[in-house]
Design a protein around this ligand. Structure first.
Ligand code: PMP
Ligand code: GLN
Length: 386
């Protein structure tokens, strides 16, 4: 009789383990630490948004929605992008609702990258990009952002573009570096890509978290970029509902058509009542227009507290992440330092090395300030002791 056994598997992602966010959140829970590691708010969303979604469920909006997303929500996204970025996307053929930005980026990569194609990522980069490209059979080409400032180095980007380059992934505002690309930088990117066949995947999930009066310069707002871009965003970030996993992609009709071919066999459709609730809630622009002030106040409170510690806060132009240089406190490598901080000091952080291939070390940890003031104060009190 044959023995019963599970067939062996050759991994599609041999280098990948559990994400750093999951690892640090688990360690944080284990040690009862204040979790400033994984990026998510510890406060609730607007009760009015919950009522919109609950109302949609009660009204029976509980079956499959249209494959590309609820027309009313696509219209609301198109209206918002038109008003803020000056580009009119056709909601019927150019906007698709996705299961968060994660699925949007994976689907964009899968629909355009063929085996052997090169895709440029700017390091440090969000942890899903590289595995996404590898799953598509693409070749990852890493270009370093300028150390310290995390600004794009256009000479390096230009040198990385070649005949095999299919796409570049740009993230502004940037996780984990908290830099926000200026209009001049976005225009420079447009000039670099002009005349090439390179597509742009613009990860703009922190579009409404830009501080000190600066604008978010969306790829949608630069016509030469909009013509070659999948512009990705996430309701999870904007409305404090990271667990709902709903986002969207705006792209020219020809790109959207290919995107939807993959999307329909990837998730097919996205949560119906949440889409109804979001469409209704989006009628009022104030929640996203007020977001920069809301988070800037938290950023400033957190940075003022950090100034009283031996951690040195790096610039934070956008996102809800604050980098800190801990070299005055510890010689430990970043992952070790973050584990020590979680276990011994009771504050969970994420090592920047997790966003680089081969774990580049620069003595920086990332802290998330999307937290209640009391949570931030408690973390600051603990950090003041090191
Ligand atoms: N891109 C970046 C830069 C992010 O920080 C996140 C949030 N984890 C995502 C994409 C994924 O967003 P979502 O939770 O909507 O999938
Ligand atoms: N985007 C969040 C972060 O950077 C969390 C994402 C996740 O847990 N996968 O921390």
């Amino acid at each position: 009789m044959n023995e019963i056994r599970t067939p062996a598997l050759a991994s599609r992602l041999p280098a990948v383990g559990t994400t750093i966010f999951t690892v640090m959140s688990a360690l944080s829970t284990e040690h009862g630490a204040v979790n400033l590691g994984q990026g998510f708010p510890d406060f609730d969303c607007d009760p009015a948004l919950v009522r919109c979604v609950a109302g949609a469920m009660e009204q029976g909006h509980n079956q499959y929605p249209p494959m590309a997303g609820l027309p009313a929500l696509r219209q609301a996204v198109a209206d918002k992008m038109g008003a803020l970025y000056g580009h009119r996307y056709d909601p019927a053929s150019e906007i698709t609702i996705t299961a968060g930005a994660t699925q949007a980026i994976l689907t964009a990569v899968l629909c355009c990258v063929h085996p052997g194609d090169e895709v440029i990522v700017l390091e440090p980069c969000y942890d899903s990009y590289v595995p996404n490209i590898e799953l598509a059979g693409g070749r990852v080409v890493r270009v370093a952002l300028t150390p310290g400032s995390f600004r794009p180095d256009f000479d390096k980007i230009a040198a990385a573009i070649g005949p095999e380059t299919r796409a570049i992934i740009v993230n502004t505002p940037h996780n984990p570096g908290a830099a926000v690309w200026t209009r001049a930088e976005m225009q420079r990117l447009a000039d670099l890509l002009a005349g090439t066949e390179v597509l742009l995947i613009a990860d703009e999930v922190y579009e409404h978290m830009v501080y000190d009066g600066a604008p978010h310069v969306s790829a949608a707002s630069i016509p030469e970029l909009a013509a070659r871009a999948f512009v990705v965003s996430s309701f999870g970030k904007t409305y404090h509902v990271t667990g709902w996993k709903v986002g969207y992609v705006a792209a020219p009709a020809a790109l959207t058509a290919e995107f939807r071919k993959v999307h329909q066999f990837n998730v097919f459709t996205v949560n119906t009542p949440v889409q109804h609730g979001l469409a209704q809630y989006m009628a009022d622009p104030r929640p996203y227009l007020d977001l920069p002030a809301f988070y800037q106040r938290k950023r400033d409170r957190f940075r003022a507290g950090l100034a009283r510690t031996r951690l040195r806060p790096l610039p934070c132009e956008g996102t809800y992440f604050q980098g800190v240089d801990y070299s005055a406190v510890s010689p430990l490598p970043e992952a070790e330092f973050c584990k020590w901080l979680t276990r011994e000091i009771g504050v969970a952080a994420v090592p920047l090395s997790a966003f680089y291939e081969g774990g580049f070390e620069q003595g920086i940890a990332r802290l998330c300030f999307a937290k209640r003031d009391a949570t931030l104060d408690q973390a600051l009190q603990r950090l003041a002791g090191i």
